[in-house]
Design a protein around this ligand. Structure first.
Ligand code: HMG
Ligand code: MG
Length: 296
């Protein structure tokens, strides 16, 4: 099937998941969530965002969380940073990994960042330069790579051009975001091919149309080895209509186990964590694997 031997699971539940929850989650619960995810074997856990607290109140406690959480050896805890003010806050909190997040479309750049596409690069450039100078690792996200709720389908050359801008700034990786979950497997493979090489790419699928797992398999088959997912399938984006949860980490782990692709995560520990989190959030996990395993 042309699959990699191992995959890095880039867990985004504490950030992409919790940024979209209506229930206020106490800092202590977030800290325990992070600890449980690390105990389950996840080695990259996106922790929170240093964005404007009024734009994403759910993550307004980023500084406080970084101060109280337990940071495990061998685990990286990246955070989202949109601008220099966010970088100042992140540096003060002692982070070592950040991610900037751009848009492949004009409309979403304005809705999510209050900037045009051209202005988003101007905003990110000093962030990336200063972060690299300070020895941080910087990831780039690109949203709306497959479709945009306002602009419709997004041409592949437009996505590649925007993605290259972020890689050229010095991002070590580019995560291709299907923010509203409309992509399909052939489109995924065409987009990866258009970048020329899969090495700096990661994939970030939301499961709105039920395509996230199929899209992930398609990406693995063309050489992508980093996959974003969120424990229990938590998630969405408050600034994109119709964005639902990310690919659930449990669903990804189940597929990788079946394929014999190594990932280092304990499914049982993860399911237990998602059931625990669902109780805190007062709603069941949308993950099919969590549902199947917890109803046994
Ligand atoms: P703005 O309103 O244009 O900000 O927002 P500004 O630059 O004009 O600054 C206005 C005031 O905000 C200033 O204060 C700044 O200091 C303050 P004043 O001088 O007036 O007193 N400010 C900040 N305060 C704290 N932290 C900051 C910060 N920045 C400015 N970082 C901004 C521009 C980018 C800040 C805003 O649009 C924003 O925070 N956007 C983030 C939205 C967001 O987090 N969206 C969700 C994440 S993206 C996503 O989920 C997609 C992804 O998962 C991939 C996918 O699925 O596709 C990654
Ligand atoms: Mg997302």
């Amino acid at each position: 099937m042309n699959l990699p031997e191992s995959v890095t699971i880039y867990e985004v539940g504490p950030r992409d998941g919790l940024q979209n929850e209506k229930t206020a989650v106490p800092v202590a619960v977030k800290a325990e969530f992070l600890a449980r995810l690390a105990d389950a074997g996840l080695r990259v856990i996106e922790t929170t965002s240093f964005v404007h607290p009024k734009w994403v109140p759910q993550l307004a406690d980023a500084g406080e969380l970084l101060a109280v959480m337990d940071r495990r050896d061998g685990v990286s805890y990246p955070v989202l940073v949109p601008n220099e003010r966010g970088l100042d806050r992140a540096l003060e909190a002692g982070v070592t990994d950040i991610a900037v997040f751009g848009s492949a479309t004009e409309t979403f750049a304005r809705k999510n960042l209050n900037r045009s596409m051209a202005e988003q690069y101007t905003m990110f450039e000093p962030v990336v330069a200063r972060a690299l100078d300070a020895g941080l690792r910087v990831r780039g996200y690109l949203s709306m790579c497959f479709g945009d709720p306002w602009e419709g389908s997004v041409p592949i050359p437009q996505v590649v051009e925007a993605g290259r801008r972020l890689l050229d700034m010095g991002c070590y990786q580019l995560s291709l975001g299907d923010t509203i979950g409309v992509g399909t497997p052939g489109h995924v493979q065409d987009l990866v091919a258009a970048f020329g090489a899969p090495d700096p790419l990661a994939v970030h699928f939301h499961d709105t149309y039920g395509q996230a797992l199929a899209n992930t398999l398609a990406a693995l088959q063309v050489g992508v080895t980093t996959v974003d997912s969120s424990a229990g399938g938590l998630g969405g984006c408050p600034y994109a209509e119709s964005a639902t949860g990310n690919l659930a980490t449990e669903d990804l782990v189940w597929m990788l186990d079946g394929l014999g692709v190594a990932h280092g995560v304990s499914l049982d520990a993860l399911v237990e964590t998602s059931v625990w989190m669902a109780e805190r959030l007062g709603r069941p996990s949308p993950s099919r694997v969590v549902t199947a395993r917890s109803s046994k």
